[in-house]
Design a protein around this ligand. Structure first.
Ligand SMILES: [Zn+2]
Length: 475
């Protein structure tokens, strides 16, 4: 009797769920490859107009607004915006001027197809900003949204191949500075707070969007023909005096090299940077506003040559990303290794010659070969290029194969092609896919035409297959 009662009760629950919305129930949490593929074919011309009102109190919520414009084609189903936060943070949703019920399922805000139109749509969402990746401190905060954390901060299409423009409007305490990917065009003081308005940004993927706000010192220099601004919190005057000029010069040195090597001028409105105490990585290549770990850039006279080389390479690495990753972006995170390998490869080219006393070949071998072989000879090894079914598993891709085998592969690739064919291939790749997305195979197709070697076959062995090659022969 009891069991039967529960069984029929369960049937009612299941039936009511199934009836609620047949399309919604098929959606999974995270950003699945299937959803990303569908959205990329449907959605274009994305423009995020974002406002954040940052209060003085670290724990108080951040009231925010998104005015989202996008073009939509051939749709029969709802459109899903990614927002990985509690539903209570969403205050209202309006689609094309109609206020609609808030439907938030499995980390997605569901935009019902009845309110959408073919062509340009405007969606307005009032919400409290998600704070998982906001890194809030008492007197500063910064976003770090790679690989799929833009969706923890604001509703968006969080996938690298839907690039968008961002127009930001940030209100913060009067003594705070604000840095983001585009230029500040207006400041308006309102009592204890100042509203900072920024121009529309360049096109970028969600993981490259950022802002930094807080009590920072600011220095602007013009090492060549572009102003660059640095925000920092370092207080050691010796380190500041010893490091400032070098930080700007190293960026300029990298920039000049890359413009020459890629035959493509610096592609964005600006390149500013902020140093942040205790930053999670050495650096992160946000468009227009690179973030660095403060202690990696500010050195004093006692710094060793190796420490200076590391700083130089870090700056060259992040600057290289402006072309490799930011301008030409992976289509999906299974190719995230490409931008990292390119950035390291270019950083070696840019900075090694300035440190002639260091044996760079030996350093490369010691750093990469033991780790790459150590992993690649095991049964559990994986190819450099792996499938990724959902962005929420992107973290599982990182390891010795990406960090150590891939750099060896890239050197081999240049050796097989020859330096000149390799460089002209890279130039063609950058020019072809500028402000777009590319997959590894598209680069290989370009390189294949520049070589008598079968580069597609070569890439299958090095990149798409795991383990080291096994040679056999009959004698
Ligand atoms: Zn990188």
């Amino acid at each position: 009797m009891k069991n039967l009662f529960y069984a029929s009760f369960l049937v009612i629950i299941l039936t009511s769920c199934a009836n609620e919305n047949d399309n919604v129930k098929q959606v999974e949490s995270g950003v699945s490859e299937a959803m990303a593929t569908q959205r990329a074919s449907q959605i274009s011309n994305v423009h995020y107009n974002l406002s954040f009102d940052i209060p003085n109190e670290q724990k108080a919520p951040i009231p925010s607004q998104l005015v989202l414009n996008f073009d939509l084609e051939h749709f029969k189903e709802p459109v899903y915006l990614d927002f990985k936060e509690e539903t209570s943070k969403i205050k209202s949703v309006s689609i094309n001027k109609t206020e609609v019920d808030i439907l938030h399922k499995k980390e997605h805000i569901v935009l019902h197809e009845d309110y959408l139109i073919k062509g340009n749509n405007t969606v307005i969402i009032e919400f409290d900003a998600g704070e998982l990746s906001l890194n809030r401190n008492e007197d500063y905060l910064y976003t770090l949204l790679v690989p799929d954390r833009a969706r923890t901060l604001f509703p968006c299409f969080d996938q690298p191949n839907i690039k968008g423009m961002y127009t930001l409007n940030i209100t913060a305490p009067n003594d705070w500075k604000v840095l983001c990917g585009s230029k500040e065009i207006k400041q308006t003081q309102k009592g204890e707070y100042t509203q900072h308005n920024f121009s529309a940004s360049d096109q970028m993927s969600t993981y490259l969007f950022s802002f930094v706000a807080g009590k920072f010192e600011s220095v602007t220099q013009k090492p060549a023909n572009m102003d660059m601004t640095l925000l920092f919190r370092e207080t050691d005057t010796t380190k500041i005096k010893y490091s400032l000029d070098s930080i700007f010069d190293l960026h300029q040195q990298s920039l000049s090299f890359l413009e020459d090597y890629t035959a493509y001028p610096f592609p964005f409105q600006k390149m500013d940077f902020a140093t942040i105490p205790g930053f999670q990585y050495g650096g992160m290549e946000h468009v227009g506003a690179i973030q660095y770990r403060e202690s990696s850039l500010f050195l004093d006279e006692s710094a060793t040559a190796n420490r200076k080389l590391s700083r130089a390479k870090l700056i060259a690495h992040e600057t290289s990303h402006m072309w490799f990753g930011d301008l030409v972006t992976m289509n999906w995170f299974n190719d995230v290794w490409m931008k990292e390998v390119f950035a390291n490869f270019m950083a070696d080219k840019i900075m090694n010659p300035a440190f002639p006393d260091i044996d760079h070949q030996l350093a490369f071998m010691i750093t990469h070969y033991p780790n790459a072989y150590g992993e690649d000879r095991t049964l559990g090894t994986n190819p450099i290029r792996q499938d990724l079914e959902n962005l929420n598993n992107a973290g599982s891709l990182y390891g010795s194969i990406i960090y150590n085998k891939a750099p060896i592969m890239m050197r081999q690739l240049e050796t097989v092609l020859g330096k000149e064919a390799y460089q002209t291939g890279i130039q063609e790749y950058i020019k072809t896919f500028a402000f777009k997305n590319a997959v590894w195979g598209e680069l290989i197709d370009i390189l294949d035409k520049k070589s008598t070697t079968d580069m597609v076959g070569w890439s299958d062995v090095w990149v798409n297959s795991s383990s080291r090659p096994i040679f056999s022969d009959d004698i």
